[in-house]
Design a protein around this ligand. Structure first.
Ligand code: NAD
Ligand code: GLY
Length: 364
């Protein structure tokens, strides 16, 4: 981390009555008005996890009158239906009603779980996202996808529920371990690949600064990522036209890796990173990317310290796991592929031989 003069940025997700601001900057956790101005009349319940609580829970609680809180065990393996019970129990035990606001402090796991609890408790209460991982700041806190995993697949149980606001304090990234920082970079790279080659150029030059946690570089990367995500979500909030699906570049391959490895050994961002390399390889086989484009994707993923090859697996088993993806329609796996760098599309009409060739080459 280095000193910065970067002013905080505020973006908005334009969804009419469900629209909300995203605040990005260093030290925003010490600006109580950002969150307080979005609270309802009822009680505040903060949801966080055991890793994040010692660093930031006290500071956040100090902003509210008589807040309640619940601390969940950290980790993707707890993102399951049973993992939600302590949140519902705490909401009931503290007398929270429909006017309560749930404030979710943590990474994407806590954001998805807290968001789903907010979507379902008393058929929906307000919530605020305070993301503390890079991945959550650039992706999972924005757009309203909430949910938990099922042993049969990632995020199979969930709801769309938009937050009242998102507050990204880049200072919280100071305590994030290096592996999780790199995992967050996978989703940042994703935005360049799907939508913005100028951003990809910028990333190639500035990866070292991002890895050093330079504040200005982080604020720029988070803001550009959130701008792209906010636009895509505004175009297709409930992923009904195929537009929002482009945010899932690499995810169908990646979710298969995560399920294959029991949601334990690979971080979500790592699986997405390898999935993007596989999607680029298949796009080359479709005749859309050149070998140079593919090498460029592999190189930026590798430069971010992320894996480019999946774990050993049988390709038929891998394919079966890919077929559990939520983008499957009429029995067909739909894949996000790259027509060109910066131009991702959702494809159902591809020759299966290209998918098989990609799997065989990667899983060899
Ligand atoms: P995570 O929430 O598990 O966080 C990673 C680890 O870092 C955890 O151990 C956490 O306790 C710890 N941590 C968090 N913030 C910290 C901090 N500031 N300092 C120290 N430690 C900290 O993982 P993640 O990568 O943030 O999120 C991954 C999840 O997000 C996956 O479940 C994925 O499916 C989901 N996701 C959802 C969306 C969406 O649109 N809803 C998008 C992308 C990913
Ligand atoms: N991370 C994919 C989405 O929000 O749609």
């Amino acid at each position: 981390m280095t000193d910065s003069n970067a002013p905080p940025r505020t973006l908005s997700v334009e969804l009419g009555q469900r629209g909300y601001p995203i605040h990005i900057g260093r030290g925003l956790l010490d600006d109580p008005d950002l969150i307080r101005s979005k609270l309802g009349k009822g009680r505040v319940m903060v949801v966080t996890d055991t890793e994040v609580a010692p660093h930031y829970l006290g500071r956040l609680l100090a902003q509210f009158d008589d807040p309640a809180y619940v601390v969940l065990p950290a980790g993707e393996e707890h993102k399951k239906p049973e993992g939600l019970t302590p949140i519902y129990d705490a909401l009931v035990a503290t007398g929270c009603g429909r006017d309560a606001t749930l404030v979710v402090l943590g990474g994407g796991v806590i954001g998805d779980m807290g968001g789903f609890a907010a979507a379902s408790f008393q058929r929906g209460i307000n919530f605020i996202q305070v993301p503390t991982t890079l991945l959550a700041q650039v992706d999972s806190s924005v757009g309203g996808k909430t949910g938990v995993n099922h042993p049969g697949g990632k995020n199979l149980i969930g709801a769309f529920h938009q937050p009242q606001c998102v507050v990204c304090d880049t200072a919280t990234l100071d305590t994030l371990d290096e592996r999780n920082l790199r995992a967050g970079l996978a989703e940042v790279i994703k935005y360049g690949l799907i939508e913005d080659t100028a951003f990809l150029d910028w990333l190639e030059e500035n990866l070292p600064l991002l890895l050093e946690r330079d504040t200005d570089a982080l604020v720029h990367a988070i803001a550009r990522s959130c701008e792209i995500k906010a636009q895509v979500v505004a175009d297709d909030e409930r992923e009904s036209t195929g537009r929002r699906a482009v945010l899932n570049l690499g995810h169908t391959f990646g979710h298969a890796i995560e399920t294959l490895t029991g949601h334990r050994d690979w971080l979500h961002g790592e699986a997405v990173a390898t999935g993007m390399v596989m999607a680029a390889d298949m796009s080359r086989r479709m005749g859309w990317l050149s070998q140079d484009d593919c090498d460029r994707v592999r190189c930026i993923v590798r430069s971010a310290g992320l894996p480019v090859t999946p774990p050993p697996a049988d390709s038929a088993e891998f394919l079966k796991l890919m077929a559990r993806d939520k983008k499957v329609a009429a029995g067909r796996i739909r894949l996000v592929l790259l027509r060109a760098l910066g131009n991702a599309t959702l494809e159902a009409d591809y020759d299966d031989k290209h998918l098989h060739a990609t799997l065989d080459a990667a899983l060899d």
